[in-house]
Design a protein around this ligand. Structure first.
Ligand code: SF4
Ligand code: SF4
Length: 310
């Protein structure tokens, strides 16, 4: 897990006991044989949403500074961190609909030769909690999903909070973002499919050209307040871009199934971090009960078969 999680999550997480997922053996990925995953790409076939402060921490680390700079300089990021552009979302939907071949969507942070994540210590909550198979079947899957939901919401809250702390006008930013709903095509750099200069100028405003400085500032605020991050995240009002999201849903509605669009762009009010934390505690308790049950002498091997995520 990224080291900053020690501070981002409730302190009780430190006392959780979670076994390794031995069936998700990434360097000998079972999904290559089972589902034809590309052996070098495996499940890194999407563009992760890495919050600004994690990118700032990656910029501070000599081992990841270069790749973080390349990532930011290639137009993958907006002020909250990396986020897919409208073209990248379309490509992702096409890939998930099997219209595009394996290998057509690949995380730019993956080193194909070594099969290693180049930003491992600063990868997102989704990347850190994804296991394609679960030793404890659906109960294990439920635990990891609840952790994904919690961490992702904490990341979003802290990304927005750290922007405010850096003097970034969050209210004005979300208004500018919503205005892009009528400019979806202009948001895309035609050659790369990443965010265009136009979109990045709109979104970064006075910070355009100083993106690294902004991400470093976000990271510094996170480090300065590291003892209070979970409380800060729990109190943070989460802002969204409902009109921009609706324009994207409408754009793709005729081409892709509503189910896929709904998974890619979920609707509704954000769930409170306290509720997600409560759900995660419950799913951890279920995991422990299941472990005790399956290790008791009377138990037979009634474990449900594990399933691979598409
Ligand atoms: S999580 Fe699963 S699909 Fe992804 S690399 Fe590991 S074993 Fe392969
Ligand atoms: S950030 Fe790392 S773990 Fe996540 S998709 Fe990219 S290469 Fe894979």
């Amino acid at each position: 897990m990224p080291g900053i999680w020690r501070y981002m999550l409730h302190e009780d997480v430190l006392y959780f006991r979670v076994d390794a997922e031995s069936q998700s053996s990434c360097f000998n990925c079972p999904q290559v044989k089972a589902f034809g995953f590309h052996p070098a790409i495996r499940c890194c076939s999407y563009i992760p949403r890495i919050p600004n402060f994690l990118l700032g921490l990656a910029l501070m680390d000599p081992g990841t500074q270069t790749i973080a700079r390349q990532f930011i300089g290639s137009g993958y990021t907006i002020p909250e961190g990396s986020q897919v552009s409208p073209a990248q979302m379309k490509q992702s939907l096409a890939f998930l609909s099997n219209e595009l071949p394996i290998g057509s969507v690949v995380c730019p942070l993956l080193d194909h030769a070594s099969k290693k994540c180049q930003i491992y210590a600063f990868r997102s909550g989704v990347c850190s909690t994804f296991f394609c198979r679960h030793d404890q079947g659906p109960i294990g899957a439920e635990f990891w999903e609840s952790l994904t939901d919690l961490v992702t919401q904490v990341e979003t809250a802290l990304a927005q909070w750290s922007l405010e702390q850096s003097g970034f006008d969050l209210e004005a930013y979300f208004k500018r973002f919503e205005a892009l709903q009528t400019e979806l095509d202009a948001c895309v750099e035609p050659a790369s499919g990443t965010w265009s200069e136009f979109a990045r100028r709109q979104l970064f405003a006075e910070w355009y050209g100083r993106e690294e400085e902004l991400f470093l500032s976000c990271a510094q605020h996170i480090l300065t307040h590291k003892k209070d991050l979970f409380e800060i995240a729990s109190r943070q009002k989460l802002r969204q871009t409902p009109d921009y999201d609706a324009a994207l849903r409408q754009r793709f509605a005729s081409e892709y199934p509503a189910r896929l669009i709904g998974e890619t762009l979920p609707e509704g009010e954000p769930v409170a971090i306290r509720s997600l934390w409560y759900s995660m505690q419950l799913s951890h308790r279920n995991l422990q009960l299941n472990r005790l049950k399956s290790s008791s002498p009377e138990s037979s091997d009634s474990r449900p078969p594990s399933s691979a995520k598409e």
